[in-house]
Design a protein around this ligand. Structure first.
Ligand SMILES: NC(=O)c1ccc[n+]([C@@H]2O[C@H](COP(=O)([O-])OP(=O)(O)OC[C@H]3O[C@@H](n4cnc5c(N)ncnc54)[C@H](OP(=O)(O)O)[C@@H]3O)[C@@H](O)[C@H]2O)c1
Length: 255
């Protein structure tokens, strides 16, 4: 029987792939046979991560520096990937940034920083890769990263929650428009995982224990938990699934 999860011959882009959940998902795609281009702002970090991931997987991982908050930079990046790899089959948008403070203290710059990275330029990344796929007749896979806060109104991160709520609806709208081209657009909604982003919160005394009590499965998420769902959504196994957000949260959102 054909392995429906096999990604051999596919080329994937993972924005925010230098660390955290993006790196976990990129590793999943590499282990399933894809060639993967990871991108993040720090050239040093992304190149070092790509080197380590190539060595560990035996597949091809390339690191390219990109600040996703510029449409011109996105276009140049896609041209570069096309020149080097000749196709783009899979996109995962995992760049992330957060500002944690009460809504009453939020400043305009805080709002813009978070929503630019996690909403506005997720759209433009999806749009430019979607355009590339349509022009090249590629029945591609686009995977956005939401959060449990796509569903629930977590406190003190209003711009983050707003952007993740927007990701849920953007994913549905793009899925609806692009189904005619055979492109699926889905999202993964991670629960709390220990990464650079959540370190300041989860390192506070008692917070990790409190969250683990709140999670039915009794533990935080790991990058590997996101990787398996990413491979599913990137592969033929999910060919009739589009416009969905799969919450990978140990049950947080059902409790
Ligand atoms: N950790 C969690 O508990 C959790 C839960 C739910 C959802 N999420 C979501 O999962 C995604 C990944 O988060 P994470 O926890 O893995 O965070 P992380 O460890 O801080 O990783 C964030 C990644 O995004 C990159 N990045 C940030 N701004 C960028 C920009 N402007 N252009 C390109 N790359 C950029 C970072 O690299 P540079 O700094 O070098 O640019 C890094 O590779 C985010 O969308 C986040 O909202 C996380």
């Amino acid at each position: 029987m054909k392995n429906l999860f096999d990604l051999t011959g596919k080329v994937a882009i993972v924005i925010g792939g230098s660390r955290g959940l993006g790196r976990g998902m990129a590793t999943g795609l590499l282990n399933a046979g894809a060639k993967v281009v990871i991108a993040s702002r720090s050239a040093e970090a992304v190149e070092q991560a790509a080197k380590e991931m190539t060595e560990a997987s035996g597949s091809v991982c390339r690191g390219i520096a990109l600040d996703v908050t510029s449409l011109d930079a996105i276009k140049a990046f896609i041209a570069k990937v096309d020149a080097e790899f000749g196709r783009i089959d899979i996109l995962i948008n995992s760049a992330g940034i957060n500002v944690r403070k009460p809504a009453l203290e939020f400043e305009e710059a805080d709002w813009d920083k978070v929503t630019d990275t996690q909403l506005k330029y997720v759209f433009f990344m999806d749009q430019q890769v979607g355009k590339y796929m349509v022009e090249h007749g590629i029945r591609g896979r686009i995977i956005n990263v939401g959060s449990i806060s796509s569903m629930v109104g977590l406190k003190n991160i209003v711009a983050y929650v707003t952007s993740k709520g927007g990701i849920l609806q953007m994913t549905k709208a793009l899925a609806n428009e692009w189904a005619q081209y055979g492109i699926t657009v889905n999202a993964i909604g991670p629960g709390y995982c220990f990464t650079e982003m959540t370190r300041p919160l989860l390192s506070k005394p008692g917070v990790k224990d409190k969250y683990e009590e709140r999670i039915p499965m009794g533990r935080l998420g790991e990058p590997e938990d996101m990787a398996t769902t990413a491979v599913y959504l990137a592969s033929d196994a999910s060919c009739y699934v589009t416009g969905q957000m799969i919450y990978v949260d140990g049950g947080w959102t059902i409790n």
